[in-house]
Design a protein around this ligand. Structure first.
Ligand SMILES: *Cc1c(COP(=O)(O)O)cnc(C)c1O
Length: 401
């Protein structure tokens, strides 16, 4: 089975929450407040999510992609603005910038597989409005450096937490450090309701704007259609009560999921200690990352390709989805303004290409061919299975290194 750890631990809790909703008869997030049968699962999810993430406000949405669009809209980012985003991310980080009307400016990653703070500054122009750090594969970005750059140039920070819900950076949850953050509840993420998402922020105005954008311009906690009270043009990206019910049960499992993955990952990693020529990606916070994947770094592309072939997987560069080189829709973009032409070409991020050509994802909790993590363990793997996978990897590494 492929999917994220949340999908592997679906059980009685999710069933109970969903049956609550079915029995109530209220499927819409807005219900009759004076009817005790209305379960307000979405509103409860929003409250508990904000609490767990250490933010004041949360808007539940229908997807991570929609959540990023809400963040951009809340910040008033649109045509003529530039947003700096890493070239290694899920396409939604980039496509939501494009759909907001703004220009995505691709930046390099470093060996953390997240945006390289040293490259951000080089990409800033008079049009830059925001930086979008993406906490890739559960690993927090170097937020101290990113926030310092944002402050220096007065830029907004949108944290893309779609792959890292619950990750900690120096004692803070990802998503609580920038201006506003987006999360996904898709089946390949850490917790899931099939599809769904969330926006979180500490700023009431951004919250109100994000809320309105996700719900036809309405204010939070609306009671019906409030004609005369809608200040912006919005979309419909609402979460429904069934999705809210599963999201709530999954959110309550998040601490258990993260503890379990961290324990299993350290066992797997311990089985691969002290192998000459093998290193691991840099972690923004060793104890705080989600531990959904283990990323190996091999000395060069040829060795990495050989290793991938032997374990029936591929280097991240060739695993599909998440690399700008493999996003034909992005490569086809072109912007012209200020007397310059902005294009997107294969090979435009050589540092990113070099790292991804040598990098191999081993699953710990997220089993996803699209991420290059078809091989490895999952959240239910036993100690024996983990030891066997480690031993297998070790012997293959001995052949190729
Ligand atoms: C999955 C993902 C998204 C989009 O989330 P959806 O819920 O699939 O719309 C955005 N950014 C990143 C980094 C992701 O991994």
């Amino acid at each position: 089975m492929a999917g994220g750890p949340g999908s592997y631990v679906l059980g009685a809790e999710e069933r109970k929450e969903v049956l609550d909703v079915l029995d109530s008869g209220y499927l819409f997030r807005y219900g009759s407040e004076d009817n005790p049968r209305f379960m307000h699962k979405v509103a409860t999810f929003e409250k508990e999510f904000a609490e767990m993430m250490g933010t004041k406000y949360c808007v539940a949405t229908s997807s991570g992609t929609g959540s990023i669009l809400c963040c951009l809209a809340a910040l008033g980012i649109g045509a003529g603005d530039e947003v700096i985003v890493p070239g290694y991310t899920f396409i939604a980080s980039i496509s939501s910038i494009v759909l907001s009307g703004a220009t995505p400016i691709l930046a390099e990653i470093d060996e953390s597989l997240t945006i390289d703070p040293n490259d951000i500054e080089k990409r800033i122009t008079s049009r830059t409005k925001a930086i979008m750090p993406v906490h890739m594969l559960g690993n927090p970005c170097d937020m101290d450096k990113i926030m310092a750059i944002a402050k220096k140039y007065k830029l907004a920070v949108i944290e893309d937490c779609c792959q890292a819900v619950g990750a900690m950076y120096k004692g803070k949850r990802v998503g609580s450090m920038g201006d506003i953050a987006a999360y996904s509840l898709n089946v390949f993420k850490t917790i899931t309701s099939g599809d769904g998402g969330a926006v979180a922020t500490n700023d009431y105005d951004l919250y109100e704007h994000a809320f309105g954008f996700h719900d036809q311009g309405h204010k939070p906690s609306r009671m019906g259609v409030e004609v005369g009270n809608r200040s912006i043009i919005g979309m419909n990206m609402r979460m429904n009560e069934l999705t809210g019910a599963i999201s709530l049960a999954q959110l309550r499992k998040l601490p258990m999921i993260l503890d379990t993955l961290r324990a299993k990952k350290s066992k797997l990693k311990a089985g691969l200690a002290n192998i000459k020529g093998l290193s691991f990606r840099k972690l923004g916070d060793e104890d705080g990352e989600c531990a959904t994947l283990l990323t190996l770094l091999l000395p060069d592309k040829a060795t990495a390709d050989k290793f991938g072939e032997k374990i029936g997987s591929k280097t991240i560069a060739h695993s599909g989805w998440h690399v700008y080189n493999n996003m034909e829709q992005v490569l086809a973009l072109k912007y012209e303004y200020d007397g310059k032409v902005i294009t997107y070409e294969k090979g435009m991020l050589p540092q990113t290409d070099d790292i991804l050509n040598r990098a191999m994802n081993i699953s710990v909790g997220v089993v996803d061919k699209g991420l290059g993590s078809a091989f490895g363990i999952n959240i239910n793997s036993t100690d024996e299975e983990i030891a066997a996978v480690a031993a297998n990897l070790k012997s293959i590494l001995a052949e190729v290194l």
